[in-house]
Design a protein around this ligand. Sequence first.
Ligand code: KPL
Length: 299
Amino acid sequence: MTQSVESQNWGIIGAGAVGSLLASMLVDAQLIPRFIDARRSAHRRNFVVEKSGRSQRYSIETQTNVEGISVLLVCLKAWQVSTILASLDLPKSLSIVLVHNGMGTYDQLKGLGLEQAIYLTSNTHAARWKSANSLQQTGHGQLWLGHPLTSTAPPWFSSLEFAIENCTWTDDISQKLWLKLAINAVINPLTAINDCDNGQLLSDQYQATINALCVELSKIAIGSGVDLDAKVLQQNVRDICHITALNSSSMREDFSNARRSEIDYINGYFDKAATEMSIDCPINRTLYLSVLERDKNYA
Ligand code: KPL
């Protein structure tokens, strides 16, 4: 079954850096997305995006509900997802695409009884706000899209593939998600706790901790049925630290902006799985509890 581009109406919930970057890519592909924000009355969101050295102005309509939307990109923080989606009146035909760090929200949404098709992504396209309305793309990454139960791409995938750089359908999204989750479980808490850029984790002082943490995370992934070799993970962490050397990780940004972090959905996800399987993972547990303690101030 094909779906014409005219019948696709794209919504984005979460107008942060990643949500706004993806919105700009959809506009460039003439897909005319709308932001969804139930807290404010309808308005237009105006911002500038600097991509590959060029600045372009965007003005995107913002509506308060998902009326008329057929595909909804969810670019919220992981801990906001279930509460905010549960507060909206979602048509059964809506396709929901989760674009956030961490894992656990799919099960939360299914637990709430959502019947809509929920797609998962592993995204490494990155951006940061230079000022309130000026966004800079900081990483040309990749967006993997998949569904936990079906290997067939949805009819609207070709539009997304056209609009988003390096957008690929995978019939094994779980593998991609676990790898990204493990990379985040290393880089995010270590950069947040040590208040450093991603690239600084390449220095000698962090190598023993990173290597031992990768061994723990690999054991948990393998125990969960995911093929994630510790050495492959270590190499991936090093590669991402190189590619994003000057980036401030999203968790470090949460720390400096006095926001709750996504630790429950990253190291907390590993910790829960390790506990269920009785795997001892002291480094992951220490990082998890340390960030969780700090997060108590921002619940
Ligand atoms: O996804 C990221 C994040 O900051 O959350 C990484 C890959 C660590 C890049 O900064």
